[in-house]
Design a protein around this ligand. Sequence first.
Ligand code: C2E
Ligand code: CA
Ligand code: CA
Length: 556
Amino acid sequence: MRTKECKEIFEEIKYSIEIFSECMDDFLYVYDVDNDLYYIAEKALERFNIPGNTFQNVVESHKNFVHSDDISLIMDDLQEVADGKKNFHDLVYRWIGKDGSPVWINCKGKLMAVPEKGVRFLIGCINEIGRKQRADNVSGLLGERSFMMQMENYKNTAIEGFLLRIGIDDFKVVNEKLGTAYGDFILHSVADCINHCRKKDQFAYRIVSDEFLLLDTSGGTREEAVELYHKIRQAVDHFMETVSYEAVFTISAGLIMGEDINTDDCDLLLRTSHYALSEAKARGKNQVYVFCQDDYANFMKKRDLLSSLRLSVANDFEGFQLYYQPIVHLKSGKICAGEALLRYNNRGTVISPMEFIPLLEESGLIIPVGKWIVQEAANMCLKCRRYIPNFLVNINLSYVQLLKSPVFDTVKEGLDKCGLDYSGIVVEMTESGYVGSSPTIKGIWSKFKNEGMMIAIDDFGTGYSNLINIGDMMPHVIKIDRSFTLRALNNEYENTLLKHIIDMVHNLEIQIVVEGVETESELEQIREMNPDYVQGYFYSCPVPEEDFLKLTASEI
Ligand code: C2E
Ligand code: CA
Ligand code: CA
C-alpha cells in the first residue's frame, strides 16, 4: 500500500529531477523499492529504448531495455537492493539506445530510507560513459560534442564562413619517438597556436586524437581560411623553434566552405571534413586542401566500387571474368598464344580495367584475384591446347603481387592443380624502373625462369622501360606498347629507333610482340620491322572464353 506521504515525497523528487535534469547531461531517476515504481527524467525517452519514463515491475522491466548480456547482472543487483541486502547501486552496463544500439552507462544510486514513513527510495543518476567528450583537458579546447551542439544552432540555415579541419602530420611517429606525455604537450601547444591565430568569433575544437576543427560562421572567405591555415603553420613553426626542434612536424588541413557545409547532418559534415583532411595528407601533407564536390563524388564512387570488389572476391569472384586476346605469329598468321585480360561487371555495369585494377592493387585484393586468374587461365590454356598443341597463355602480374605475396608459389600451385606444364605460361610484367635494381624482384624473376616459365616485359616504350634493364633481366619476350608503335609509324627517328631495338633484342634471342595493331596498313608497316608476334584489334579484340575457343578451333 502506498502511503499518502510516500506518494507526496515521490512526486516532490520527480519534480526536482525534472528541474535538475534541465541543467545536466545525466539522467536522474528514483526507484520506489517497496511499491515497485520507477521514474526517470523525461529526456531519457529521447535517448533510450524505454517503455515510458514511469514504469512498474521494475526489475523485470529492465529486460526490455538492458543489453541481453547484462540483464542478469543488473537484475541481481536491483534484487539485492529490494531485499535490503545493500543500500546502494553502482554498476557499469549497457542500455539499448533509441536507435537500437548499445549505450554504455554507469548507473549509481543511493538508498534513502525513512522506515517510519514507509519510504525506501533508491535515488540516483545514469551517466553515459561512452559519450563523446564535450571538452578536452589535454588541449584545453572544447570537444566534438560541443561542436555538434554548436552546429545544432545552425540546423536548416546556411553557414557563411568555413570549417577548417587541421591535423598533425605523422603524429603517431612523434608519440612513438618522444612518448605520449610529450605528445600531449604537442597537442596542447598546437591547440595554443590555433587559439592564438583564430579570431574571437571563430570556434576551435579538438576532435579525434590529433585533429582540430575551426569553425567560422561570420562570413570568412576562402582566402581568409587559407591565410588562417598558413598563419597557424607559422605559429607551429615558431613553437618548434622555441623547443629547439625537439619535435619536428607539419600540419595539414581540409577546408570546407560554407556552401558545402551540410548543417542538417552533422555526422556527414564530420565525414566530409575527415575526407578533406585525408585528401590534404594524401596529396603530400603540409598543405591545405579545399573540399570539392566532384572530388568527393569520385572518392565515394571509388569507395563503393571497392566494397563491391571486396564482396565479389568474398562471393567466389562473382562478376569477374577473364577475356582473352590472341597473340599471332606474324609470318604464319596463326594464333599461338592468348593474353588473359581481366573484366569486371558490377551488378550489370561494366567497369574499365583502368578503373578497377588500380583499386585491386591499392587494396591488395589483386592477390586473391591474381590467384584466381592463374587457375582460370591455366585451365583455359589446357582447353586451347586441344586445338593448338603448343598454345601459351599470357597472364599479367602486378607489382603488388610480386612484392606482397608469394606469387611464384601461387603460379606454381595454380599450374600444378590443373596439370599444365610450366612452359605453358608467360608471365607479363611492366618494367617500371626498379625491376632491374630490386633484388626481391630479380629473385622472383629467376625463380620463374629456372622453373621453365616464360617472362615477358610488358608496355615497352612507356615510362621507365630501358634497354639496360632488359640486358640485365633477359626476359623471353618484350611487348612493344601501342603508343611506342604509333610514334614509330609517324616519326622517322622513332621508326629507326624501334627497328634497331628490335634487331638488338633479336640478337639477345629475345622475342618481340607488337601490341595494339588496329589496321591492315599498320600491320604492313609493322611487318617491315620484323617482330615475331603481333596482337591487336586487327586480329581480334579481347573476347570471352567461349569465343576465344571458337577462334582457336578455327585454326585447325
Ligand atoms: P595491357 O597488359 O597492356 O593489356 C593490353 C590492353 O590493350 C588491353 O586493355 C587490351 O584490350 C588493349 N588492346 C588490345 N588490342 C588493342 C588495340 O588494337 N588497340 C588499342 N587501342 N588497345 C588494344 P584492357 O583489357 O583494357 O587492359 C588494360 C590494362 O589493365 C592492361 O594493359 C593491364 O595492364 C591491366 N590488366 C588487364 N587485365 C589484367 C590482369 O588480369 N591482371 C593485371 N595485373 N592487370 C591486368
Ligand atoms: Ca599485358
Ligand atoms: Ca601491354
